[in-house]
Design a protein around this ligand. Structure first.
Ligand SMILES: [Zn+2]
Length: 249
């Protein structure tokens, strides 16, 4: 149950006919895992904390670097050198004192993913490479946990929702996309590209957790930041997919 302070803080959302107090209470009892506290993870976590998410587990092995501050919105100049998850935890608790944060400073791999997914309602992947996205996808398929996978580079971004027993990330990308080697560290990214895609990831998470909307399942959203346009591509379950096909489950 929400207290009076929470009812006031989230009142502009609760006013919405489509959202209402039921959706707000669903959000306050929801548990999310955010993979990576970088350009996507920071704005996504910030928006979810502001909106009233109840529990957020964050994992990232890295420390805050000067070159992160251009786009990683939870960090300030005085955080340079600090573990990202601890600096993020402080920022998120300053934003919303009711949110519970489980901060884990570690790399994500096939070994620790099953325990990271325990009691999680939705995973947001904001990692910056295909190998991690592929490992997260496999763990989510195995554990039947919904996954909202997003990526951003240069002036463009993409996002898709992977639901249990539906098409998975490997059905969409059989191998690392050509652009996978284009990481922000090497190629560059506009500050607002990650801000847009992180906010969009949080937006879709709110729709899913509060309202049960799954419109990005088996659809890849592509955002073109130079044209300021977006489109969606449909994809289907691959019966030979080594990750999610029936004979492998
Ligand atoms: Zn698949």
């Amino acid at each position: 149950m929400l207290n009076d302070d929470q009812l006031l803080r989230f009142s502009r959302q609760i006013l919405l006919a489509e959202w209402d107090i039921d959706a707000q209470e669903k959000l306050s009892s929801s548990r999310v895992l955010m993979i990576g506290m970088g350009g996507l993870g920071c704005p996504a976590a910030m928006s979810l904390a502001r909106a009233g998410l109840g529990f957020l587990r964050i994992i990232d092995f890295d420390t805050v670097d000067e070159s992160n501050l251009q786009r990683q919105t939870l960090f300030n100049t005085q955080d340079i050198g600090q573990p990202k998850v601890l600096a993020a935890q402080k920022s998120l608790k300053d934003i919303n004192p009711w949110i519970e944060i489980d901060a884990i400073q570690d790399r994500v791999d096939a070994k620790n993913l099953p325990s990271l997914l325990t009691h999680i309602d939705l995973v947001l992947d904001g990692s910056d490479n295909f190998a991690t996205r592929d490992a997260v996808n496999k763990a989510c398929v195995d554990a039947k946990v919904p996954l909202l996978s997003a990526a951003a580079i240069g002036f463009e971004g993409q996002m898709t929702l992977i639901l249990p027993d539906h098409a998975c990330y490997r059905c969409l990308f059989q191998d690392a996309p050509d652009e996978d080697d284009r990481r922000c560290a090497d190629t560059g990214v506009l500050a607002t590209t990650t801000a847009v895609m992180g906010a969009m990831q949080a937006h879709m998470a709110l729709l899913f957790l509060g309202m049960g909307i799954t419109s990005l399942s088996e659809r890849l959203l592509l955002w073109d930041g130079l044209a300021c346009s977006q489109r969606q591509i449909r994809y289907q379950k691959d019966p030979t997919c080594p990750v999610c096909s029936a004979k492998n489950t």
